[in-house]
Design a protein around this ligand. Sequence first.
Ligand code: PLP
Length: 457
Amino acid sequence: MNNSFYQQASQTIDSQAIDSQAIDFEFDKQHIWHPYTSMSQAASVTGVHSADGCELTLSSGQKVIDGTSSWWACIHGYNRPEIIEAMQQQLTTLSHVMFGGITHAPAVNLCKQLVAMTSPNLTKVFLADSGSIAVEVAIKMAMQYWQGKQLPQKQRLLTVKRGYHGDTFAAMSVCDPDNGMHTMFSAAVTEHLFSPAPLSVFGEALKQGDTDALEAILAEHHQDIAAIIIEPVMQAAGGMHFYSAEYLSAIRALCNQYNVLLILDEIATGFGRIGKLFAYEYANIEADILCLGKALTGGYISLAATLCSDEVAKGVSDSPAGVFMHGPTFMGNPLACAAASASMSILQTGAWQQQVSDVELQMKTELAEAIDYQHVVDVRVLGAVGVIEMDSVVNTAKLQQDFIELGVWIRPFANVIYITPPYTITKEQLTTLTQAMKTIAANITQEQAAADSFSNG
Ligand code: PLP
């Protein structure tokens, strides 16, 4: 065993006072993986020292306006006293305790809030560790449900192309089969059923024939299909596409017709991001199983949740296992539940509605002109999501540096330059973000359009 690193590291720890805020970039480069990066090629990473409101303070001392809400999670901005106080109090009371055979107030309080906020049929909550795990849990629930209903052959999943549901194996299996990771892990990724991505765009009626392919798959395979899983209204990491609410209601109707469960993955859309508290409200429908994550804790700590109906829970309990077969070590972590509960209380004040609608209106006004730029193919805004779609894939690493020079943190992916700012962003900060997006989009050249990394956003 090569102990040199260990010795070196322990010497460093012994001999130096640890300044937890100083970043050893060389160590980071040599030893730490960042999302979707190679250890052979240095990833482009920016040091962050702290964050407050809608600003990140970089390790260089520069302040930048955060256009991402840290991958759409930090909806109330950084350093919210309500969330910090709730976490501080929880930290000194009960930071963690196992959930097997034990319960605690932070979990119960949070689940009460989630049951009250979501559609009336969703009464049971499974607290998961991250978005991908919430999706794994949803899939397992659907499979066990049909075992309990004496239809154990119903174990396949149906979804639409261009979806993204996470990076764990079951989640990967329902991500877009062409742009996702199916081919890389084909030996272990289950083959599910895919229909084309929705063509009907948000705000318009369902295009004739748009659900035909999906219905044909249901007609042929419904005896084997456990559930349809879909991101409601917005396909997020698949390119920030907004599709017709009528498409979603048509899917709900088809699920009923063909005796298939509907799993809605609201991990990106949940908690107001696209203008409704939950995207399914646009279609006036209920899910059988609902996945939540990202903004659940206001982006302060990892936590996700999978909710289901009484009917689904009963089916799971009637399955041969007799119990739901999942139970992670950090399930229902009190610290995360306390953060989430505080985040939900902020949402329950209702202020987010005006904030998101103001952000939407301002982005619509300020981004509109970008449609005339040479390499722009679409400009779209829904709720607090603003998108400039380019005609080819952009260079994420280069553009994120260019954005920093413009005083903002924006991380494009594929051919999409987008922002998902905190709902608390000020008018001036938002103008800085939209201005930066336009500057970059206007000046982009075809040569810049190089796919430098796989990214979920
Ligand atoms: N589902 C959707 C719709 C997402 O957008 C994401 C992440 O981007 C996930 C699931 C996976 O969540 P996580 O990255 O927390 O595992």
